[in-house]
Write a protein that binds this ligand. Structure first.
Ligand code: SF4
Length: 317
């Protein structure tokens, strides 16, 4: 709730703070047990920073993070250690997140060894079970990451993530480094694992089609703020924030008949710098619906009913 991450910018001989990059600027949302929340937005919108704050890989500048009702934003790293089992992260790049010099067995088994769980034989058995769970073979135990395809490497990363039986998984662009043909397989695997293990996901992605398939609810971020959050079906069929509408209009539609009816909204200009965000609505320099009020008054994220909230002075109906 009210999560902020401002990175200070220093200058001069005395390295005084002269400004702050507002990477995340007051974001609030919740995720229910067993639910998947998709977080989407262009690069630099603050979605990865938000995920890293939940993991406590980054300290929030302000705001609260509650996990199972317990405030965790102020816990020391030592106090966080037992919770590290419950909250895990799947990284974007399966190529760089696996140590090329380690076998699959030692990569997936590392969390067991770090937490001093089980005997070497017990760890081997547990790792082989995890490999099967993610669609790999127990015989892959002694092989090295370079012997696997991109999709298989992401499966190895997912097996490692599952080793400590987490409850919440933050998946940061889990398929964006993979071929399109493989992406659906990994998304389906994440869904199957959720059903089997009762996992809760926050899935961060710039690609709205990835998030659509897997999410129960979707939050759209722009320049460090949440601009719309709604149930997946509502958001995709009836977006109310102009930015959500523009993002959705750029998602390819395979059916040519459906494509003809859709209005393509081309956003002009780039996302402004979070070092110097525009006054008023941060989207106003690029918004085709902007009115004078938009340049001076910040729209708050307001409840629009049916579980949807929108931060816009003139939302679509
Ligand atoms: Fe566009 Fe104004 Fe809504 Fe911002 S508040 S999204 S500028 S209409």
């Amino acid at each position: 709730t009210g999560l902020q991450k401002h990175f200070p910018v220093h200058a001069g001989l005395l390295r005084r703070q002269v400004a702050a990059v507002k990477a995340v600027d007051g974001v609030s949302f919740s995720v229910g047990k067993g639910e998947t929340l998709g977080l989407v937005g262009e690069s630099g919108c603050g979605k990865t920073t938000t995920g890293r704050m939940i993991m406590r890989l980054l300290e929030p500048t302000a705001g609260s993070i509650k996990f199972e009702g317990r405030e965790i934003s102020k816990l020391s790293q030592g106090q966080m250690r037992p919770l590290r089992r419950d909250i895990q992260m799947i990284f974007q790049d399966p190529y760089s997140s696996l140590n090329p010099r380690k076998t699959v067995g030692s990569i997936v088994g590392a969390p067991f060894h770090l937490q001093k769980i089980d005997t070497p034989q017990g760890v081997k058995k547990a790792v082989q079970e995890l490999l099967e769970l993610v669609g790999l073979s127990p015989e892959h135990y002694n092989r090295y990451p370079h012997e696997f395809s991109g999709g298989q490497r992401q499966r190895i990363g997912i097996a490692r993530t599952l080793a400590l039986k987490p409850k919440l998984i933050i998946a940061d662009e889990p398929v964006s480094a993979l071929d399109v043909s493989i992406q659906a397989q990994v998304v389906n695997l994440l869904e199957d694992l959720q059903n089997e293990l009762g996992l809760t996901y926050v899935v961060i992605a710039h690609d709205l089609s990835v998030v659509r398939h897997i999410s129960d609810r979707v939050g759209v971020m722009y320049l460090g703020r949440m601009v719309e959050i709604a149930d997946q079906a509502d958001l995709y069929t009836r977006p109310q924030h102009p930015y959500t509408k523009a993002l959705l209009s750029a998602v390819p539609i395979p059916d040519p008949a459906a494509r003809k009816d859709r209005e393509r909204i081309r956003l002009t200009g780039d996302v402004p710098s979070p070092l110097n965000p525009p006054a008023g609505c941060p989207f106003h320099p690029r918004c085709w619906k902007a009115q004078p009020k938009c340049a001076t008054e910040v729209p708050v994220l307001a409840d629009r009913g049916a579980g949807r909230s929108v931060a816009c002075h003139f939302p679509e109906n």
